[in-house]
Design a protein around this ligand. Structure first.
Ligand code: SAH
Length: 489
């Protein structure tokens, strides 16, 4: 198993600084014994202009087999390890990733006492892995590395050059090039993505793998378009671990999302295209809450869920009306819930009022027994924060599992965006919006959801209903259709 890391430089920034950054002297060949064999670090070239460090891992089949037996406690290690012993000593796998992290541990953390400024700055980098097992092929290799700023060349390796008719193996010859990444970032990408591409681990994946993944993924995994594939493969498809990792990634992403844009638009007053209004109309967020409250009153709801309650503005409004006897705010973001609790003065609330309200942390992408048995649920400006492929999971959790009799969903109408003076053309209203829908798109989604889960659905515009582009916010109100179904739920 083999990989090389090269950089270029000049007299002022000699390429041999790589030796400092890796904490391995370019003039020496060094050996390190790892639990799976011997790792060698050496420099095939080391000049001011170009410097290349090589990491070679010689696996020790005996150590591997012995270790496998000791650790597995009867989990059939032999079959899993056989491949490493037999036909894969040369393929870059999780063994190489582990060797990389132990031999270059300081570099992986970006620590370099003698050249801190070099460690913190992007470097011209070229990484070469001659035999990388790639389940998903060269195309997946591109999808994983390109979003991170790499230029990727992944050439399939023929099964046998003497017999081209046998076709390609599942290995690729990988070259990654970038000058926008630090060495630590580059190493952390490899540490995570090598085993992901191999789609196998040589050891039993336990819960501390989630911590390792999030640590190595800091700064790049939360926004990665393939983060679901990465977490699932990295954690060997262990569902409970994958779920844990995804929830934590979602928290990170939300904590990083900038709330300022939504504030600006929400507090803006939509321009009425018609006559001059007598009174200044209310900001959109206020109009939206009024429309939701009206829909809940019409439905006769008393026990209400506010799903994705954010900072608790709607919960606060609901509590002002005594017909709402129980209000539960749910959000995945602890930060939002903390703000909500402060807004509601939960800690200073009288006993009777406190008995009416609860804030619960949870993700709407998963079924949750705590959400069953309510009259109504509100999803106000929430669906557009989920990746489209995750929407069916939310749909099932709310309409299939929790099944309140009434569900109110609001979302931006993208057609209206041209009417916001402050919004540059083609932009969504909030940096964290994963999509914004036209009226047609929202209606067809809502109609399909209603159909699938036995609800009826109606639509109400929120804000001025522009004759050309419609209202700024679109609202769908779902009701379970028959008494029989309501009972069945
Ligand atoms: N309902 C509020 C907040 C909308 S912002 C309002 O109308 O003003 C979207 C909210 O959805 C955020 O607070 C975010 O934390 C939450 N959210 C996003 N994805 C979520 C998920 N999968 N589970 C639960 N909440 C989620």
């Amino acid at each position: 198993m083999f990989l090389t890391i090269s950089t270029s430089g000049d007299a002022a920034h000699p390429a041999t600084d790589l030796g400092y950054l890796l904490h391995k002297h370019p003039g020496k060949a060094q050996r390190f014994s790892t639990s799976h064999g011997t790792a060698h670090v050496f420099y095939p070239e080391a000049g001011d202009r170009r410097c290349t460090a090589a990491l070679l891992l010689e696996t020790d089949p005996v150590a591997l087999a012995r270790r496998g037996r000791g650790k597995s406690r009867g989990k059939a290690p032999d079959a899993a390890l056989a491949q490493y012993v037999n036909d894969r000593p040369y393929a870059a796998s999780s063994l190489l990733a582990v060797a990389l992290s132990s031999v270059f541990s300081s570099a992986l953390r970006g620590v370099c006492a003698s050249r801190p400024e070099r460690a913190a700055a992007p470097l011209p980098l070229r990484i070469e892995v001659p035999a990388l097992p790639a389940r998903g092929g060269a195309e997946l290799v591109g999808r994983l590395f390109e979003p991170l700023g790499w230029t990727v060349t992944a050439d399939p390796v023929p099964l046998d050059t003497a017999f081209p008719q046998w076709g390609d193996s599942r290995y690729v010859h990988l070259v990654l090039e970038s000058d926008t990444l630090t060495l630590a970032e580059a190493l952390r990408h490899l540490y995570v993505l090598l085993p992901v591409l191999d789609d196998a681990k040589h050891y039993w994946v336990s819960s501390d793998e989630v911590d390792k993944l999030l640590r190595a993924g800091e700064g790049w995994l939360p926004g990665h378009p393939e983060q679901h594939l990465i977490t699932s493969r990295y954690l060997s498809r262990r569902w409970s671990l994958t779920r844990q990792a995804r929830e934590r990634l979602e928290l990170v992403r939300l904590a990083e999302a900038d709330d300022s844009e939504v504030e600006a638009i929400d507090n803006a007053v939509p321009q009425d295209s018609g006559e001059e209004a007598e009174e200044k109309p209310a900001p959109l967020a206020v109009q939206r809450r009024e429309a939701i409250l009206a829909a809940l009153r019409d439905a006769g709801a008393a026990r209400v869920l506010d799903l994705g309650c954010g900072q608790g503005q709607l919960v606060q409004q609901l509590l002002k009306d005594v017909r709402f006897t129980e209000v539960v705010g749910v959000d995945v973001s602890v930060r939002a819930l903390t703000v909500a609790a402060r807004r509601l003065r939960l800690d200073r609330m009288g006993e009777r009022q406190a008995a009416r309200v609860r804030l619960v942390q949870g993700s709407l992408a998963y079924t949750d027994r705590r959400l069953k048995g309510y009259d109504a649920a509100v999803l106000s400006e929430v669906i557009e924060h989920l990746e489209l492929p995750r929407l069916p999971a939310l749909e099932y959790a709310v309409f299939g599992h929790a099944r309140p009799r009434t569900v109110v969903v609001t979302t931006p109408n993208v057609e209206y965006n041209v009417r916001w003076d402050t919004l540059p053309a083609g932009h969504v209203r909030h940096g964290d919006h994963r999509f914004e829908w036209t009226r047609e798109e929202f209606r067809s989604w809502a109609a399909a959801v209603a159909e699938r889960h036995g609800y009826g659905v109606g639509f109400t515009p929120v804000g001025p209903d522009d004759p050309e582009v419609g209202p700024p916010t679109q609202m769908a109100v779902f009701h379970i259709e028959t008494e029989k179904e309501a009972k069945a739920a």
